[in-house]
Design a protein around this ligand. Structure first.
Ligand SMILES: *[C@@H]1O[C@H](CO)[C@@H](O)[C@H](O)[C@H]1NC(C)=O
Ligand SMILES: *[C@@H]1O[C@H](CO)[C@@H](O)[C@H](O)[C@H]1NC(C)=O
Ligand SMILES: *[C@@H]1O[C@H](CO)[C@@H](O)[C@H](O)[C@H]1NC(C)=O
Ligand SMILES: *[C@@H]1O[C@H](CO)[C@@H](O)[C@H](O)[C@H]1NC(C)=O
Ligand SMILES: *[C@@H]1O[C@H](CO)[C@@H](O)[C@H](O)[C@H]1NC(C)=O
Length: 374
């Protein structure tokens, strides 16, 4: 017969009981009450643990890949029941990831966050299910500065950005969309982003020149200053120029690094670059020669980590004041074993490592999003 331990023994046993009886708390908040991270990986997660994040400024919540359907009653909750609570939140940055979420719930949460002071929202690894609710009757949702979306799949394919946009106040400045399953937007439904200065479509290796034309809905990005297309399957500089002209987009800075660029075909349509374009990043682009027809207005040009056999001539780049050429073989012709090694790609070692890293993430994204860019 097992006898219950006497009261004196209990304090000794408690630490042991504690370890075996409870799973680790899914949420952790740092000592300054600044950053709170929840990772609900347990099969029966204790969702109420998230309440400790109420006092944090940066909050990150991952749902362990499970469905958030059980929270659907938020959709029918009257805002007056939560407004006062939401207004007290200090949240500035929120990340929500790894979950299956009904679109009606997602938009209801955005409506609720309209009463918060949230500035930056990141959504990643979400499967957004179901059809959309009717659009809001008035401007609602958070006044975000930055919205980042990575690896989101939407049941509402071509219209997701237009639908999402209606649940944000119109001051958005930075929009990042990576590993998108579809960037072919139905432009008729999309409203302009009047304040958007940075559009980053990096890490969409299936995009390509024609996908870019489909993604850049004409006249929807009137304030754009920076377009980032790193590792976006871009094929030619001319293809980008044509897409920008068709969309009426006038960026000052354009990043085409980490794309395998080839020379523009002689019969390709000619193109006029945006007159304001002053900075172009063509590093890690596999270039064997300086592309023809680069904008004459460029003051910053990064050609590092290519396979250039000579430096650009001054007449090719009349206004350039910052030119980066590191990691091109013409700077390195005296290096040993350059000719003998059959595996040598013509790349300088400092650049090769970075190519490999991007190549790997690109392949993962490609496998994961295969066939989604029709
Ligand atoms: C969440 O937990 C899972 C399983 O333990 C782990 O694989 C994942 O990296 C965690 N995510 C974060 C952001 O900590
Ligand atoms: C769930 O988390 C809350 C807040 O951290 C805690 O008070 C409660 O005891 C937890 N419940 C269980 C069953 O672990
Ligand atoms: C993308 O998100 C899905 C969940 O919707 C997840 O299963 C998958 O692992 C994610 N892919 C990557 C590359 O993270
Ligand atoms: C160009 O892009 C590369 C790789 O994405 C980056 O390391 C580099 O800093 C960029 N150059 C400029 C001038 O911004
Ligand atoms: C070339 O690559 C192959 C396969 O990766 C390797 O076995 C071989 O040793 C390499 N040759 C040289 C000279 O580095």
């Amino acid at each position: 017969m097992v006898r219950a331990p006497g009261p004196l023994l209990l304090p000794l046993l408690l630490p042991l009981l504690h370890v075996s009886a409870t799973t680790p708390d899914p949420c952790e908040i740092d000592d300054d009450d600044f950053r709170c991270v929840c990772n609900f990986t347990d099969p029966q997660p204790n969702w109420s643990s998230a309440f400790q994040c109420m006092s944090a400024v940066e909050v990150e919540i991952r749902g362990g890949g499970r469905s958030l359907q059980q929270f659907i009653k938020i959709v029918d909750t009257e805002p007056k029941q939560y407004v006062d609570l939401i207004k007290t939140l200090r949240w500035r940055r929120l990340t929500v990831g790894a979950a299956q979420v009904p679109v009606r719930l997602l938009f209801a949460v955005l409506r609720a966050l309209g009463y918060s002071r949230l500035e930056e929202l990141t959504l990643e690894d979400l499967e957004v299910t179901g059809t959309t609710p009717p659009p809001p009757l008035e401007t609602t949702g958070p006044a975000l500065v930055t919205l980042s979306l990575r690896n989101l799949s939407w049941a509402i394919e071509g219209t997701w950005l237009a639908e999402l946009q209606q649940w944000l106040k119109p001051g958005l400045k930075v929009l990042n969309i990576a590993q998108a399953h579809s960037l072919a937007f139905s432009c008729a439904e999309l409203h302009a982003f009047p304040a958007l200065t940075t559009l980053d479509l990096s890490d969409n290796p299936g995009l390509g020149d024609s996908g870019l034309t489909a993604a850049l809905c004409p006249h929807k990005f009137p304030a754009l200053q920076e377009l980032v297309l790193r590792n976006a399957g871009i094929e030619t500089t001319n293809g980008v120029c044509v897409a920008l002209a068709a969309a009426g987009v006038q960026p000052h800075r354009l990043d085409l690094s980490h794309n395998s660029l080839r020379a523009t075909a002689p019969d390709a349509p000619g193109c006029v670059w945006p007159s304001a374009l002053s900075s172009l990043n063509l590093s890690f682009a596999g270039l064997e020669q300086v592309p023809k027809g680069l904008p004459a207005s460029l003051s910053v040009l990064d050609l590092s980590c290519n396979r250039l056999k000579r430096a650009p001539r001054p007449d090719e780049l009349p206004k350039v004041s910052s030119l980066t050429l590191d990691g091109n073989p013409f700077l390195d012709s005296g290096a040993p074993n350059h000719q003998e090694n059959p595996n040598n790609s013509g790349l300088v070692p400092a650049c090769a490592r970075s190519i490999l890293a991007v190549g790997m993430t690109g392949t993962l994204a490609l496998l994961q999003g295969a066939g989604n860019f029709a």
